[in-house]
Ligand binder design. Structure first.
Ligand code: C2E
Ligand code: MG
Ligand code: MG
Ligand code: MG
Length: 276
C-alpha cells in the first residue's frame, strides 16, 4: 500500500481494475436476467431455541444459481444489486417467496427475511409488498421477522422509523442483525423496538480466546432480557461454542452446528438435527 494514500494521490487505471469493472458489469447484466428466469433461490437456515433444541424459525438467505459460476453467495451479488437498483425487485421477491414457503411449514415456525437499507428508500413499496405477501400466502404476520442492520439506523431517518412502526402495527417483528459490527451502539437496542437482536458471528468465533467477546455476549443477553427482546447468537459451529454462549445467557442460536442453509425441499423438521 502506498504511504499516505488518499489525499493528493492519483488513482491510475490499471488492467486489473478494468477487468474488475467488466466483471461487475457482466454480473449486473446477468443478475438482471436472473430476477426473471428463476435462478434466484432462497435457502433456509434454522434458528434454534437452546433450551429445547427445537427449531423456532428459519432465516431466508438468497442464492443465485449461475449457469457457469455455480452458486453465487449473496456477499458477491447483493452489493451489486444495491448499486444497480436491482435490490428493490429482488427484495420484493424474497419477501413474497419467504412468506409463501413459511406458510407450508409446521405450525408456529417463523421466518426471517433480510432487508436492505435501500428498500426503505421506497417506503410505500416495502409496506405494500409485506401486506400483499401476508395476504397472498395466508401467513400470520406474527411469524414474519424482518432483519435490518445498524447501517439503517445511523441514517436516523424519520420515514424509516415510520415504516418500521407501520409494519410493527401489522404484527411483523424486527431483528437487529450483525449486532456488534460497524456502528454498534447499545443505545439502538433501547431506543428502537426490536423484538430480536442477532449477535454477530465474529463474537462467537472469538468466544474462547477473548474475554471481551464473552463480556459483550453476556452484556447484550442481559440487556436484551431486561428489554424483553430475544437474542440469537450467530455462527455456532462447535459444541463448545454452544455451551459457552448458553452459559453467557443466550436463548437462541444459529449456525452450522444446528444446520446449514438448505433449499426448501431439504429442510430438517422442527426437532432439529436428524437422529440416525
Ligand atoms: P446474515 O443475514 O448475517 O446471514 C448469516 C450468514 O452467516 C449467512 O451467510 C450464513 O450462511 C452464514 N452462517 C450461518 N451459520 C454460520 C456458521 O456457523 N459459520 C459460518 N462461517 N457462517 C455461517 P450468507 O448466506 O452467505 O449471507 C451473507 C449475507 O448476505 C447475510 O448475512 C445478509 O446480510 C445478506 N443476505 C442474504 N440473503 C439476503 C437477502 O435476501 N436480502 C438481503 N438484502 N441481504 C441478504
Ligand atoms: Mg440476517
Ligand atoms: Mg447476521
Ligand atoms: Mg451478516
Amino acid at each position: 500500500k502506498a504511504k499516505g494514500a488518499g489525499r493528493n494521490t492519483l488513482m491510475f487505471f490499471n488492467p486489473a481494475m478494468a477487468e474488475e469493472m467488466l466483471e461487475r458489469h457482466e454480473i449486473e447484466v446477468e443478475l438482471r436476467g436472473a430476477c426473471d428466469d428463476g435462478s434466484l433461490e432462497l435457502y433456509y437456515q434454522p434458528i434454534i431455541d437452546l433450551k429445547t433444541q427445537e427449531v423456532v424459525s428459519r432465516e431466508a438467505l438468497m442464492r443465485w444459481r449461475h449457469p457457469t459460476r455455480g452458486m453465487v453467495p449473496p456477499g458477491i451479488f447483493i452489493p451489486i444489486a444495491e448499486q444497480s437498483g436491482l435490490i428493490a425487485n429482488m427484495g420484493d421477491w424474497a419477501i413474497q417467496k419467504a412468506c409463501k414457503d413459511a406458510a407450508s411449514w409446521e405450525p408456529g415456525i417463523g421466518v426471517s427475511v433480510n432487508i436492505s437499507p435501500l428498500q426503505f428508500r421506497e417506503p410505500r413499496r416495502i409496506v405494500e409488498t409485506v401486506k400483499e405477501a401476508l395476504i397472498a400466502s395466508n401467513l400470520s404476520s406474527r411469524q414474519l421477522t424482518l432483519e435490518v442492520t445498524e447501517s439503517l439506523l445511523i441514517e436516523d431517518n424519520k420515514v424509516t422509523f415510520a415504516v418500521i412502526d407501520e409494519l410493527r402495527a401489522l404484527g411483523v417483528a424486527f431483528a437487529l442483525d450483525d449486532f456488534g459490527t460497524g456502528y454498534s451502539s447499545l443505545a439502538y437496542l433501547s431506543t428502537y423496538p426490536f423484538a430480536q437482536v442477532k449477535i454477530d458471528q465474529s463474537f462467537t468465533r472469538s468466544v474462547h480466546s477473548s474475554e471481551a467477546s464473552k463480556a459483550i455476549i453476556e452484556a447484550v443477553c442481559q440487556l436484551a432480557r431486561r428489554l424483553q427482546m430475544n437474542v440469537v447468537v450467530e455462527g455456532i459451529e462447535t459444541e463448545q461454542q454452544r455451551i459457552a454462549v448458553q452459559l453467557l445467557g443466550a436463548q437462541r442460536a444459529q449456525g452450522f452446528l444446528f444446520g446449514k442453509p438448505e433449499p426448501l425441499s431439504q429442510l430438517a423438521p422442527r426437532g432439529g438435527r436428524h437422529v440416525a
